[in-house]
Design a protein around this ligand. Sequence first.
Ligand code: DCP
Ligand code: MG
Length: 381
Amino acid sequence: LVNKPEVVVFSVPSYACQRRTTLENQNTTLTDALSLLAENAELSNEDGRGVAFRRAAAVLKVLPSAVQSMSQLTGLPCLGEHSLRVIKDILENGASNEVESTKKSEKYKALKVLTGIFGVGAKTAARWIREGIHNLCQLRESGHTLNRAQQAGLEHYDDINQSVTKTEAEVIQEMVEKAVASVLPGAQVVLTGGFRRGKMSGHDVDFLITHPEEGREVGLMPKVVSWLEAQDFLLYQKTTRNSYLESKEGPGRPPSNMDRFERCLSIFKLHSVENQAAVQDVTKRVEGEQRSDEQTRPWRAVRVDLVVSPFSQFAFALLGWTGSKLFERELRRWAGYEKAMCLSSHALYDNKQRKYLRASSEEDIFAHLGLEYIPPSERNA
Ligand code: DCP
Ligand code: MG
């Protein structure tokens, strides 16, 4: 006797910040397809379309079981005509023509390769493609002058495009903690970004640094960088100063995803765990570094972002740097549209009360926003 299982109709709140999105995903085929279209849109400078696909993918990520039929999706938010067409194609034919042809397109492949260079964004890549540059070889031969970031990006291309493991992130955390403790005892270092959300790998490692005595963090980054450079831990770094002034922000400022903390974009030289011993042994170290073969050298390049926040802004900075990017965007959208508030990685401003709302924890911020608290591991929208 075959009982046809009941068709589950799903119900999902419309903002990603109202939902609990873990790393478990019952619909990876669909979300991978929509994420690829989102990525393609972003790489093509079509951010609006990119967000639409990201929102659609995020809705599918929270469904408790695999989607079997289109009827189950009735009433779900954020599923536009285009996304529904892609989902339908995959449910009916096992694949979406649009996704498959995008993957194979010369333009998508070239955009991926070129933006894989640290320091190269979608606009630069598009300009190069218009000049007929589709790969690294053609770029090297073009004679284009690259900036310092792009030169480093090209030099360490393979390393940077290989994802960072949780173990590697932990080793780097120890390096950063040692650096920070050496130059400012009592300062705190927190691993943020995808690793704080429980991911086992990422494209970089993100850290937030603060000191419980407001003001002590001023001037910290250059000292941390000098310490790291003295240890030969850095392959590249560019530090930008803090340019945030609450008094000058003005309440009417549109919410922005760019923050103005003191920040260091860097590339770390990470000695492989098996080679940690060799680092101590100068003979082996010189021998290893003379070999040009990437497979045999004892270290690899890893992208690391360091951000310094004053203690009074720490909760906002932590919330803003934990992600995911869509979760952040949705928090700001919720704040603006539903609460008439303006949220950034520095502060929360209430337009009705005409004042800044203080917070000493992420929980405080969710409470101000009238949202249920969502822990980092459930912000994987
Ligand atoms: N972020 C931000 N403003 C920026 C850059 C990032 O608010 N200019 C936030 C959103 C991200 C988080 O910081 O979620 C970390 O940025 P990443 O690009 O490193 O994103 P993830 O860490 O989430 O992804 P990955 O695991 O690929 O590194
Ligand atoms: Mg990251």
